[in-house]
Design a protein around this ligand. Structure first.
Ligand SMILES: C[S@@+](CC[C@H](N)C(=O)[O-])C[C@H]1O[C@@H](n2cnc3c(N)ncnc32)[C@H](O)[C@@H]1O
Length: 228
């Protein structure tokens, strides 16, 4: 899975902080970060909210910061009682799970009345394009599909949230950003490590990546939802 700890993490910091400000994150008492990965965002949330936050993931992270309570577990079967949290957050998470509806039902169950789901960043891979190497772009998109990324996230989100009675506020980023050869190489390595490209293709792309600085457009869906 591509995580926001690759080149996107820093670039999306302003967007996440926009959400923290808009929902007044500090007024939430209990916050749960779903599919929290290496906990960078859980840690950031804790700083923004000025309190410890809960985080859950199928994998144990390499390091757990002091201000994060980590639980190894499945977001589809949350090990928490009903109405526990004021906010549930996720970043680069829903795009990777098949069972969006089940995850949203679980969130609805553990959210307190007037609680919010914060969608910190979900990439819309179907709309990704770059003005750089077209072979790399093609392989990259194919690779994401093979790994199970949801290319229909925007539509499914709206449908599933509506079905469950949520009111939503969503936005989508526009425009492209400059990505360095080194950052592109990170993505090439990602494909190679997961056997999406063979060694020969890897070597060709690796050589090209050094001069591959390019603009990548990857719209990011962000916002929040609550039960009226
Ligand atoms: C792409 S990473 C995102 C990590 C982090 N949120 C970030 O933005 O840096 C997706 C994470 O979701 C976790 N994950 C996938 N399915 C899950 C599930 N059903 N329950 C809990 N975590 C899950 C993966 O283990 C992975 O760490």
């Amino acid at each position: 899975m591509i995580s926001s700890n690759s080149w996107q993490f820093g670039k999306l910091s302003n967007l996440r902080h926009f959400i923290y400000r808009e929902v007044q994150i500090a007024k939430f008492d209990k916050i749960l970060d779903l599919g929290a990965g290496e906990l960078q965002i859980s840690k950031e949330l804790s700083t923004a909210a000025k309190k410890n936050v809960f985080a859950i993931d199928l994998q144990i992270p390499s390091k757990i910061p002091d201000n994060v309570f980590f639980a190894k577990g499945d977001a589809l079967f949350l090990p928490f009682s009903d109405k526990t949290f004021d906010a549930v957050t996720a970043s680069f998470f829903f795009v990777w799970i098949k069972e969006i509806n089940q995850a949203l039902k679980e969130i609805k169950r553990v959210l307190k009345k007037e609680g919010k789901i914060l969608f910190l960043s979900e990439p819309i891979y179907s709309e990704r394009f770059s003005n750089g190497n077209t072979l790399f772009e093609k392989l990259y998109k194919e690779g994401l599909k093979k790994l199970g990324a949801n290319f229909n996230i925007e539509k499914e989100f709206h449908q599933d949230l509506k079905k469950l009675g949520f009111k939503t506020y969503f936005k989508k980023t526009e425009g492209a950003c400059l990505v360095s050869g080194e950052e592109i190489f990170e993505e090439i390595e990602f494909l190679f490590e997961r056997n999406i490209i063979d060694e020969k293709t890897f070597e060709i792309l690796k050589a090209e990546s050094k001069k591959m600085e390019c603009e990548i457009c990857l719209p990011i869906l962000y916002g929040w939802a609550f039960l009226p």
